[in-house]
Write a protein that binds this ligand. Sequence first.
Ligand code: AGP
Length: 613
Amino acid sequence: MCGIVGYVGPRDATPIILNGLKRLEYRGYDSAGVAVVQNGGIELRRDAGKLSNLADLVSQQPISGAPGIGHTRWATHGAPSARNAHPHLGTTGRVVVVHNGIVENYLELKDELAAEGIPFNSDTDTETIVHLVERHQASGLDFTSAAHATFEQVQGASVILLISADEPDKIICARLGNAGGVVIGLGNGENFLASDIPAILEHTRRVIFLESRQMAIVTRDGIQIQTLEGSPVKPEIHSIAFDPVAAEKGEFRHFMQKEIHEQVRALTDTLAGRVDFSAGKIRLPELNLTPEIACRLQKIYITACGTAAYAGMVGKYLIEKIARLPVEVVIGSEFRYSDPIVDENTVVLAISQSGETADTLAAMEEGRKKGALVWSIVNAIGSQAMRIADGAISMQTGPEIGVASTKAFTAPLVDLYMLAILLADLRGTLDEQARRALVADLRLIPHLVGRTLAREPQVVKVARALKDIRDCLYLGRGINMPIAYEGALKLKEISYVHAEGYPAGEMKHGPIALIDEHMPVICIAIQDPWHEKMISQIQQARARNGRVITLATDGDELVEGMSEHVLWVPEAPWLLSPVVTVIPLQLLAYHIATLRGLDVDQPRNLAKSVTVE
Ligand code: AGP
């Protein structure tokens, strides 16, 4: 949610910032801006809409200089417009700010500043920050002390970057709470700041992650970090391994398409080094799970948002079935308000692609506060959810850029399956033969996903038939019920088609009234323990003239005879079947959206990392 980039060094900051913002555009794309110190003053360009508008503006009205800061916005306070786009200048025109997060006490601060006659030029909460800095400077503080005093006043989770034309050798940065991360990239005689690693990877792989309630003074030759309380911090320098090419679209039209097709590789990497097929064992060393811990556990809460929460629902099924340990799934935004029953024998397991989702992080904090063991399954390297957990499973998917999550859905499904086997093994709830059989099934997964992806043409055909629909129902049962939710979410977010996922057996209790000859009903009716039940549900939809589209296992003529269209999938072990059944639904949403001419990677109103409550 909002992307921030900063550069301090001898080069012109403008192209570095624009390139960096391009890699962060998934975080927000309703307006963008850049500011640099040029000829002793601050020059700034801002525009509404996507980053390409800002790039056009900068090429018509070039600016050049350093240091510089830039921003791509996902609006919270104030409509998406050039006026509300960051950076925001103060009244002196000599201090400028970019910000990710929310200044929760901005109304109070704004009233106070306005009463002193300070004019506001935007409707944002962010602008208060720069006016506060200037007010402290006016009272005699230098730039760093003024920034520090401001950080103490601002409430809520925020990442803030500031530059001043009067001290053009530095960028001051603060991280207040969990409003998305900030990473400092170490160069030679130059340094970088960004919300996320891909923005600076072309320049450096040596990074420092700023922690909550820390501020950094970043100059071209040094980085000084301290807590807001004033204690100096010796930062840990991390070396980032991933390849910048992994964050490029390559031959694909969209990141989402590329990421869907990367799932064979992502799942192969997910298994690598974690599955010992000859011993029939799972190894997840980063989880720090001992037999003692596994045996004393009484409950797991899985907490996550959106797609990650649907992965968690499949996880509940897997852990309860395989490890016989009770699991409750609570979405991140509800967890801390539900007064969860948590003690030291409980695990709070967060699932998150970004590792920055504010609601998920808040749930982790709640778990920690109540004494639970906190685990996470996270994709983004170095993210907060990975760092604050007692144990973590890192998704091996590489960066996911498309706003619609795809490979970061299937990877945790396999992680959760492995976790279930490991827990069962350590708790002694699985005999050796059963364990070996479950482990052996994992070997099939990359191949099954590859075979399903190869059937993209059948999905395109169905997408053409459905491209003008207004509504759509997705039905599933048992372990594939969350796949109905996920299929519907994918369609909603990128095609803007109203879609609902429903437990198929629940239809008769109300939603069946929606079905008529215009309603497509996508039924996940593969060969699994619910196959017969799903056939009854298909019949009920047909009896109301619904347009039945089924996801069926190869060769299922019975289901084929009942369907307007069939999306065929290869036979898969049923506990792993969600990894396969979700693939045609990801592709269907993708192709319907492209046929409707929509911007698949940057759907309206959304952002990839939701770092505000
Ligand atoms: C997925 O397609 C969505 N864009 C969204 O639901 C996402 O899964 C959710 O915001 C959680 O994000 P996270 O995995 O980064 O925590």
